[in-house]
Design a protein around this ligand. Structure first.
Ligand code: 5GP
Length: 194
């Protein structure tokens, strides 16, 4: 186990698909000069996504290789695809004293917390269940109905789990309000660990 390197702060952002995590992370980059980790994934790239910006899209063999070489801080299988957090960029950014954001699922959050005890964990909630359903339907990734249903079932399980495990739950009703709330949580948490 280790505490966060130097004065950097590791922040884990989780939440159901379509809750607005990526937009929140973009704002944190702009307002806190935070470093956002780019995960590797074996999932197919959606039309609107870019390799190296949204994810590093790699094949299952490459994923296995990185896992075996101990290059991933954590990893998980989500909806039949593998996702993982490259270790080196995170260690470097923490070493520079930066706020480092990981947008990962609850399985990954659990693994990271075991390594970095003082990582701040934040779970984003939709204001209403209907909003989540609509946002999930609006993101056209060419998914079939069965996959969309699985995402919804996973969301329900994760929300229940988050009540117990996460440091904070933040409702993303108005984006600016949610972002401000998260910034305050990060700043408070940095004060605690100094
Ligand atoms: P999506 O396919 O919608 O981009 O992501 C599906 C889920 O995988 C989301 O809950 C997202 O937070 C999670 N995820 C993305 N990258 C990683 C990662 O590197 N590790 C883990 N554990 N989960 C990830």
């Amino acid at each position: 186990m280790q505490d966060t390197i130097a004065n950097g702060k590791l922040v884990i952002i989780s939440g159901p698909s379509g809750v607005g995590k990526s937009t929140i992370c973009k704002r944190l980059v702009e307002q806190l000069d935070a470093f956002v980790s780019i995960s590797v994934t074996t999932r197919a790239r959606a039309a609107a996504e870019e390799n190296g910006r949204d994810y590093w899209f790699i094949g299952p063999d490459e994923f296995k290789k990185r896992l075996e070489n101990n290059e991933l801080l954590e990893w998980a299988e989500v909806f039949g695809n593998f996702y993982g957090t490259p270790k080196k960029p995170i260690e470097e950014a923490l070493g520079q004293g930066r706020v480092v954001i990981l947008e990962i699922d609850v399985q990954g959050a659990r693994q990271v917390k075991r390594i970095f005890r003082d990582a701040l964990t934040i779970f984003i909630l939709p204001p209403r269940k209907e909003d989540l359903l609509k946002r999930m339907a609006d993101r056209d990734r060419g998914e079939d109905a069965q996959n969309q249903r699985r995402r919804l079932e996973t969301a329900a399980r994760e929300i229940a789990d988050a009540w117990q495990r996460y440091d904070h739950l933040v409702v993303n009703d108005r984006l600016e309000v949610a972002v401000q709330e998260i910034i305050e949580l990060i700043q408070d948490s940095k004060k605690e660990t100094v």
